[in-house]
Design a protein around this ligand. Structure first.
Ligand code: NIG
Ligand code: FE
Length: 417
């Protein structure tokens, strides 16, 4: 047999090849393969088999995984990738205990990034987005979702979406785009949020025609958009053929989890203060709960979200960085895996499902990303780690040794230790 790429001497391989989304107790069922090898041809997985059969494969390039852990590339299902500026000055306000929604009410927070994004040139936004994508890639992410939402006017929202599209074309990572024009109420529409939502909904046709986003998302929260406003907006988006997502039940429990299920959202995101009824409905639905424990950590919340309850009720869960300039400033999904272990009390097996197959389903890439199996795209990470439990355990650093995207080595740290 011939191969473009052979990865041999894999100590532990996570294939994550269960039919997804993986729900409830199935998330805890992980069967790593041991002492195996993987062959790649034409950017796709061609063969997975015992390591002692690898010697008969003629490969153009061979990587010795040194007996270490190999997994699918991580799938990051929720980021605010494209934005201008940064908000390090808000750290002092946070330390003084000023709540996130109060900073927003005073025109800071999301709105301060809106000003910076309106002022930024297309090229500057693109360069910055590519920089953050590179950092995600170096941390083992091979597919990423990216939201707009720092324009809050037609021109800047389209600018952000176009930047995301070009970034996805230029960068080897796969990018899935979401229109989050309904991210906050801009000062000019403070008195009339409905009129603002109508303006954002006016963009749906343009966005569809130019293929700028697959999903439409809204921030349902006190002082932002109500459940009723969100319902109407999301239904309009569905009528135009978009999949829908929702930032819900992050700070106040408004019933956004229930709305996510009712609207048939592909994912309900945050859900940190979801009600028991919301959790019950989520578990009975096809909607994936994307839990963002890094955001709870960064905003100094006591509760990190009822992910444990959700899985125990039978729901499918994913986790994400929520990478953005205000409420979770990190591209490191491995750190979030540690926070999920320590604060959400998820098991390592549940965490690996959350960042691979379930994350792929949360962004419409089920059956494509997040799995190592014959004929799947060869998105693979080799880790400087002896087993899958090690990644959440050893926290705050980057364990990636080698990232392979579409069968090509994208990043290589060097000798495997
Ligand atoms: O997902 N919750 C709303 N939006 C973002 C935060 C955006 C920001 O603070 O810039 C989030 O946490
Ligand atoms: Fe978010």
């Amino acid at each position: 047999m011939q191969a473009d790429l052979l990865i041999k001497n894999i100590g532990q391989l996570l294939t994550m090849d269960k039919q997804g989304p993986v729900k409830g107790s199935d998330m805890n069922d992980l069967q790593p393969l041991e002492n195996v090898a993987v062959a790649v041809n034409n950017g796709k997985i061609d063969w997975i088999g015992p390591d002692d059969e690898a010697a008969s494969i003629q490969a153009k390039k061979t990587i010795n995984a040194g007996g270490k852990l190999v997994t699918p590339g991580l799938v990051e299902p929720h980021t605010h990738l494209v934005f201008g500026g940064s908000r390090e000055h808000e750290m002092a306000l946070k330390q003084q205990g000023v709540p996130y929604l109060d900073i927003l009410k005073e025109g800071g927070g999301i709105l301060s990034t809106v000003n910076a994004t309106r002022e930024a040139s297309y090229d500057d936004l693109l360069e910055k987005a590519l920089f953050h994508l590179d950092r995600m890639a170096r941390h083992g992410i091979t597919t990423v979702e990216a939201k707009s939402g720092y324009g809050l006017d037609k021109e800047t929202e389209l600018k952000q979406l176009k930047v995301a599209k070009e970034a996805g074309e230029k960068h080897p990572l796969d990018l899935v785009s979401t229109f989050l024009g309904a991210h906050a109420i801009p000062p000019e529409y403070k008195a009339d949020p409905e009129a603002f939502l109508d303006i954002m909904a006016d963009l749906f046709d343009d966005i569809k025609e130019q293929d700028l986003a697959e999903f439409v998302d809204i921030f349902t929260e006190t002082g932002v958009f109500s459940v009723e406003q969100s319902r109407r907006y999301l239904l309009k988006a569905k009528e135009k053929g978009f999949g829908v997502k929702i930032h819900a039940d992050e700070i106040d429990p408004l019933g956004g989890t229930e709305l996510a299920v009712e609207a048939g959202a592909i994912s309900g995101d945050h859900l940190a203060v979801a009600s028991d009824e919301g959790i019950r409905q989520l578990a009975a639905s096809d909607t994936i709960g994307v839990i963002l424990p890094g955001t709870s950590f960064y905003l100094g919340k006591d509760s990190y979200g009822p992910a444990r309850k959700m899985i125990d009720a039978g729901a499918a869960i994913s986790i994400s960085t929520d990478f953005n300039p205000g409420s979770s400033v990190t591209e490191n999904l491995q750190l979030i895996m540690s926070i999920a272990a320590l604060k959400l009390k998820l098991s390592p097996a549940e965490i690996w499902h959350a960042v691979t197959v379930n994350a792929a389903h949360a962004i419409g890439r089920g059956g494509q990303a997040g799995t190592i199996a014959a004929d799947r795209t060869a998105d693979i990470v080799i880790w400087d780690a002896p087993n899958y439990m090690y990644i959440p355990y050893h926290y705050g650093v980057n364990h990636v040794n080698t990232v392979i995207k579409n069968g090509n080595v994208l990043y290589e740290r060097g000798e495997i230790r």
